[in-house]
Design a protein around this ligand. Structure first.
Ligand code: PLP
Length: 360
C-alpha cells in the first residue's frame, strides 16, 4: 500500500506548472513586483467571484484580520466575540489590536459559533463578532447578523463557498498553500461591499497612504505581491472545479460507509470541505491505525484558544467552553484535497473500518 498524505498540495498545482512558470516569467519581464497589474486584476476578479464590490490583496490572512479591525476602529477597551475552536490567528488578531477576544462556545453539529451563546456574551463593549467558517462550512451568518453587532467573517478556510462574504461587513481570506484557494507562498485578501472600508484597508496595507506622498494613518506594510497575484488568477479560474471535487470526495466518504465507524461532518450545500473532520471517542486508536498504514490524519485545536498560554490572562479555565473542549478531544480529519481519487479514499475507509472494535 502506498503512503497517503493528509493533503496533497502538489497534486493540485502540478497540472498547471507550465502556466505558473509562464505567469512568473511575465512578472519578471514586466519588472513590476509590488502593487502592479496582476494584483489589480486579481482584486477585480476575486470581487466578481465573491459577488462583492471591493477586494484588497494583503500579505496573509492574519494581516487581513488585523487590517479590517484597524480600519473599523477596533482597539483597546473593545471586545470582539469569536470561537475558541479555530486557528490561533483569529484571536491573535483581536489581541494584536489591543482589544479583548471574548470566546463563545460552538455548536457540536456544525462546529461553528453557537448564536445563542454569542448572544449571551454581547454587551456595550462588544464591537464586532468574528465568525469563522470552520473547515469550509459556512457559519450561521443570518442568526449572528441579528444580534445588532457588526459581523466580520474569517473566511480563510472557505473561499469558494457561495454562502459566505455576504452577511458580514467584511470577509478575510488566506491563500496559505493548504487552503482551498492558495498561492505559492503567503497571501491574503479582504473583501467588502463598503467602498470606504476598502479604501481604508488599501491605505493601511501601504503605511496609511493613498499616494505614497502623504501618510494619513499609522499603517502597515502588508501587500499581496505580483507573483502570488499572477498565480492566484490562474487558480481562481479552477476553483469551482476544485470545490466540486472536494464536495464529491466528501460524498464518497459517506457512500463508502465511513459513517459507520465515526461521526461524519454534516453536509450542506455551501460546505466546501477545506478539511474532512470527523468525530469519535476512539479517535486515538483510529489515528494509530491510519499512521501504521502510512495514511495522514490530523487533530485540530487540541488546546482550544481559551486555554492557550498567551491568552491565560483572559481568565478562562478548563470547563469554560464545554462543547469546544469536547470537540477538541474527539475530532480528527482524514485525507481530502481537490482531485483525491476513489481508490485512495477506499484505502482510507478500509483502514478506519478495520480499526473498529468487533461488535458482539
Ligand atoms: C489560515 C487561517 C488564518 C491565517 O491565515 P495566514 O495566511 O496563515 O495568516 C486565519 N484564520 C483561520 C481560520 C485560518 O484557517
Amino acid at each position: 500500500m502506498r503512503a497517503i498524505p493528509l493533503v496533497d498540495v502538489k497534486a493540485q498545482y502540478e497540472p498547471f506548472l507550465p502556466r505558473i512558470r509562464e505567469a512568473i516569467e511575465g512578472v519578471l519581464t514586466s519588472g513590476e513586483f509590488i502593487l502592479g497589474p496582476n494584483v489589480a486584476a486579481f482584486e477585480r476578479e476575486a470581487a466578481d467571484y465573491l459577488g462583492v464590490k471591493e477586494s484588497v490583496g494583503v500579505a496573509n490572512g492574519t494581516d487581513a484580520l488585523v487590517l479590517v479591525m484597524d480600519a473599523i476602529g477596533i482597539g483597546a477597551g473593545d471586545e470582539v466575540i469569536c470561537p475558541a475552536f479555530t486557528f490561533y490567528a483569529t484571536a491573535e488578531a483581536i489581541a494584536r489590536r489591543g482589544a479583548t477576544p471574548v470566546f463563545a462556545d460552538v455548536d457540536a453539529g456544525t462546529m461553528n459559533l453557537d448564536p445563542e451563546d454569542v448572544a449571551a456574551r454581547v454587551n456595550a463593549r462588544t464591537k464586532a463578532i468574528l465568525a469563522v467558517h470552520l473547515f469550509g462550512r459556512p457559519a450561521p451568518l443570518a442568526e449572528l447578523g441579528q444580534l445588532g453587532v457588526p459581523v466580520i467573517e474569517d473566511a480563510a478556510q472557505a473561499f469558494g463557498s457561495p454562502e459566505i462574504a455576504r452577511g458580514g461587513i467584511a470577509s478575510t481570506f488566506s491563500f496559505y498553500p493548504t487552503k482551498n484557494l492558495f498561492c505559492i507562498g503567503d497571501g491574503g485578501l479582504v473583501s467588502t461591499d463598503d467602498p470606504e472600508l476598502a479604501e481604508r484597508v488599501r491605505m493601511l496595507r501601504f503605511h496609511g497612504s493613498r499616494d505614497k506622498v502623504d501618510f494619513e494613518l499609522i499603517g502597515y506594510n502588508s501587500r499581496l505581491d505580483e507573483i502570488q497575484a499572477a498565480v492566484l488568477r490562474i487558480f481562481l479560474a479552477e476553483l469551482d472545479g476544485w470545490v466540486a471535487s472536494r464536495r464529491e470526495a466528501a460524498g464518497r466518504y459517506a457512500d463508502l460507509g465511513l459513517g459507520a465507524v465515526c461521526e461524519l461532518p454534516e453536509d450542506e450545500p455551501g460546505h466546501v470541505y477545506h478539511l474532512f473532520v470527523c468525530r469519535s471517542l476512539e479517535r486515538d486508536r483510529i489515528r494509530a491505525a491510519l499512521q501504521d498504514a502510512g495514511i495522514g490524519s490530523a487533530v485540530y485545536y487540541t488546546t482550544p484558544l481559551h486555554l492557550q498560554p498567551a491568552l491565560a490572562h483572559l481568565g478562562y479555565r478548563r470547563g469554560s467552553l464545554l462543547v469546544t473542549e469536547q470537540l477538541a478531544q474527539e475530532n480528527f480529519s482524514v485525507p481530502i484535497w481537490a482531485g483525491i481519487d476513489a481508490a485512495t479514499q477506499e484505502q482510507v475507509v478500509s483502514v478506519v473500518q478495520a480499526s473498529a472494535p468487533v461488535a458482539s
